[in-house]
Design a protein around this ligand. Sequence first.
Ligand SMILES: NC(=O)c1ccc[n+]([C@@H]2O[C@H](COP(=O)([O-])OP(=O)(O)OC[C@H]3O[C@@H](n4cnc5c(N)ncnc54)[C@H](OP(=O)(O)O)[C@@H]3O)[C@@H](O)[C@H]2O)c1
Length: 321
Amino acid sequence: MKAVRIHFLDNGDELRMEDVPAPELEAGHVLIKAQAIGLNRADLYRRRMAPEGEPEPPRIPGLDVAGVIEAVGAGVTGWSAGDPVTALVRGAYAEYSVATAALAYRIPAGMSMTDASSLPCVFLTAWYAFQMAGLAPGQTALIHSAGSGVGMAGIQLAKALGARVLTSAGSDERVARGCELGAEAGVNYSTQDVAAELLRLTDGRGVDMALDTVGGAIFDGTLRALAEGGHIVTVGGHTGPRTAYEEQELERKGQWVKAMGVFNEAQADEAQAGWEKMLAWFEDGTLRTIVQEVLPWTEATRAQELLNSRGVFGKIVMEVG
Ligand SMILES: NC(=O)c1ccc[n+]([C@@H]2O[C@H](COP(=O)([O-])OP(=O)(O)OC[C@H]3O[C@@H](n4cnc5c(N)ncnc54)[C@H](OP(=O)(O)O)[C@@H]3O)[C@@H](O)[C@H]2O)c1
């Protein structure tokens, strides 16, 4: 099959289209013939380094795929060859990939493969984060970085769950787009004091939970704008390490900061239940996906450059074929 691979040390971080053996189908997995591949910021990190526990280079990047099930492994129920599917995989930039059946998801009725490939990583990340924080209707949720994939998904999902949503972004225009998606207001972290603005927007009370994808200096502002008993779920941090904080100080206020990962097979049943709920919301228009750019997968390098440009609001997808 054709696949895009990274060779790291020998060949820098160049993305190369190559002929490679198709992945082997193991018990409990499904083999997917790709039609579309959703990009994520993690694809950029994995271009520079191979995280511990992941296959040695050369490696196929990519986490989100949509396509058709080619074959099902032993013990898999509920999926058959020919079914449309979207899934979290390791190695999505390929004609074929394998997914644990627990991390394969039905595509919302009427949704294209292109749109479907943009869903799993970001909507499930937001779903897990809200479950972890116990987000309840009426609470205030802060969803950082409105224009990121996770931000775009998180704003809509938090709103669908009945929360009051605040957001942030690197420009007034991107904050405004976050408000169009369902946030009540937002802070421009390039020009405003994050904590001061969030406290102003919450009449000094602070936010009940924050989904922090940005890290760095913004984290300190988020922490200072956290309500008593509030929670921060961190899922990334591309602006550098988070500022240090005192666990005891947090405990005293009933607060916590926890990290999470979306490849969470231990909670896969819960995620499937969440996915069913989200399916209904996609089908009735409560949730929508925002795919800003669609490119052929032969242009994987350009697609990643676009993602890195900070000019994208929502998602980039590559079509296979
Ligand atoms: N742990 C997990 O399982 C998990 C799952 C999904 C995502 N993540 C992490 O969550 C983060 C967001 O992922 P994503 O795919 O949603 O990201 P994305 O779509 O690429 O968006 C990233 C956004 O970050 C903002 N940003 C702020 N400072 C930036 C900087 N210095 N350089 C580049 N962008 C900057 C940009 O918006 P502005 O221009 O408006 O600032 C940009 O749109 C990443 O760190 C990712 O690894 C983790």
